[in-house]
Design a protein around this ligand. Sequence first.
Ligand code: HEM
Length: 395
Amino acid sequence: MLTAPAYSLDGGRSLHRWLRDMRTHHPVHRDPLTRVWTLYRHSDITRATADPAAFSSELWRYLPGEMGTGDLTAGNLTAMDPPRHRLVRDLVSRAFTARAVAGLRPRITAVTDRLLDAVADRGEMDVVADLSDPLPVLVIAELLGLPEEEGELFRDWAQRLLSFDRSDLTDEAARRRVTDTQKELLDHLRVHCRRRRADPQDDLISRLCRAEVDGERLTEEEVVNFANLLLLAGHVTTTLLLANIVLTLDEHPAAEARIRADRALIPGAVEETLRYRPVIVSNMRVTTRPVTVGAERLSAGQFVSLSFISGNRDEQHFTDADRFDVHRDARRHLGFGHGVHYCLGAPLARLELGIALEAMLDRFSRFEVTDTSVDYYDTPGVAGPRSLHIAFRHH
Ligand code: HEM
């Protein structure tokens, strides 16, 4: 079969069989229809992510018409190459310090407790709607200094952006809905950013407005786009990963029992889920010059998809790669990417996921997934459930 089976078909089971075959027989493959190359092996993917000079993230340079203007991507780290990427990343990391993130612990714990209190009497919940969707958006809103009551507004925007289906790619009205939603969100952030420029507070937006490296500051457009990036990159990813953790533990009761007996295994369970069931399936680069990958010669200007989900199951890199093992040294998984674009929010995501999982284990003596068949997103590049119903018992 030439086309990959959709993840949404059966939660990735058929896809993983197909990917194993591609890693073995066509590790560097060009889709004859889309003409996009895909790298399936861990070693080829990490080689590409480590070489931004040859594998550029500035895809917009190679896109036709309006999409091919850099303005839309100003401040969007994921669409930038060094040296500009290094400069902007230094600026934002300075404002996005480990200390600022660790300082969010009490707030994340309080939000998690509030969300779990709200479902305590029900004995059942939708992990996505009741916990993993609201939690990260409230945390990012807090980080950016947005008023708490705006949390709902941001959830709604994110939901509308995420409900973009595979079938919508050819639907003009659906594409317009996404562009309009995106514009509403950016306009809102611009107003917030202007308010903070005039009256700085102790929040990320204010720090971003002030941050300076080598005499350079971010433009207003860059600050706004970066805030937008955080809301998109840090929300849905965390939502789906927490749901994937619950789903995976439900399928592996022995692993859950081990974590219950030894909470020090929680970080390992989070890392192993990022490997075993990542939410970002793949990401794109474009070649800037002719380059050889494996047995293939790619010319300049070729779009290259990096299959993180495949690299994470590469048996040449991970022993017994199809086994979920919370004791595994899963570092160098590709769940947060790799190289210069490695997830900036990884420490925050780890903190949120660890707190949420621990709270669930503390409160519930048992939980089990009650959906007979899980409803997965059909959004390209993303893997995770739209909803995940569980029944639970208190300690
Ligand atoms: C489990 C949750 C998360 C997952 C699975 C995830 C995954 C990823 C991946 C795979 C990349 C690399 C993309 C590439 O190489 O092209 C990335 C980059 C990024 N992530 Fe995350 N992410 C998560 C949470 C967060 C959070 C909480 C934030 C911030 C609040 C965040 C902000 C970013 C940013 C700004 C980048 C771009 C970094 C750059 O290009 O230099 N992420 N993330």
